[in-house]
Design a protein around this ligand. Sequence first.
Ligand code: ATP
Length: 333
Amino acid sequence: MRILGIEGTAWAASAAVYRFDPAAPDADADPFIETDAYQPESGGIHPREAAEHMGEAIPAVIEAALDAADGPIDAVAFSRGPGLGPCLRIVGTAARALAGTLDVPLIGVNHMVAHLEIGRHGSGFDSPVCLNASGANAHLLGYHDGRYRVLGETMDTGVGNALDKFTRHVGWSHPGGPKVEAAAADGEYVDLPYVVKGMDFSFSGLMSAAKDAYDEGTPVEDVCFSLQETIFAMLTEVAERALSLTGADELVLGGGVGQNARLREMLSTMCADRDAEFYAPEPRFLRDNAGMIAVLGAKMYAAGATVDIEDSAVDPNFRPDEVAVTWRDGESV
Ligand code: ATP
């Protein structure tokens, strides 16, 4: 069987084809992925420009995926949210039109659950805790009683957006995360606010302090190093608390910030210290990509979790715990 996945929550106009055996939709097969990335000329992601890029780029990436499919498509899966409304609406329209034209079922995928499921797929873990460290989000998820529960989350911005705001302040181009990582290699630690409240955390005061430190003359390498150490220590603390409180012994990482080697190192060390297993997908499955939409689409399709076109409206604020998880059994954390 072949599932076409379409991703378009923000910067990535992406399409993928996932070929799988319906008797084993959990088997570790590899999707074909074609992505066209939006690169802002200046500043951060501008929703109108991102939507223009989405509209221009989506037809060609879908065509590339259909060419690679090399056979009939059985269902179309698309990212229904969370994300930027103008981008989501374009992708929703493309997915509905394609499903109608091909006369195949439509599957509406939660983008954050897809970030989690691609880690579960690649790791073979049964019931991991997931740290989603992406651009617009930062949260911990764990499966319990038919849903992925939000165990803890940012109280303000997403973690990648926080890094991108700092790099915009110092005049670096988008995306900022990789530039922070490169500059941090030559930095030394300066004190920044560390804000964890139980299972939740906050980046806004930390980002203001980082901008102030830079404006007052602290070398940018030192601020970048300290941002990484502070933010990733916060994420590692809450991930460890989530493992401890749930009793889980498996952690997967999701989201574009997961491409950062220092974050992976901290999480891996923490897991090793408590005899838990840690899995980070390869970078092409961490940043936004349609492969994760197609893979979760396949699992949902096998479970009959399709959606009628009239019920398939996109939702910019679609939370992962709104999704009835009908495609898996396995233990709760
Ligand atoms: P979401 O998945 O929440 O919708 P998003 O659409 O912004 O978020 P992602 O692809 O998950 O997209 O993540 C993009 C973010 O990852 C950007 O903020 C970028 O700066 C950050 N990022 C990319 N590489 C790195 C890196 N090496 N270190 C830190 N951050 C990084």
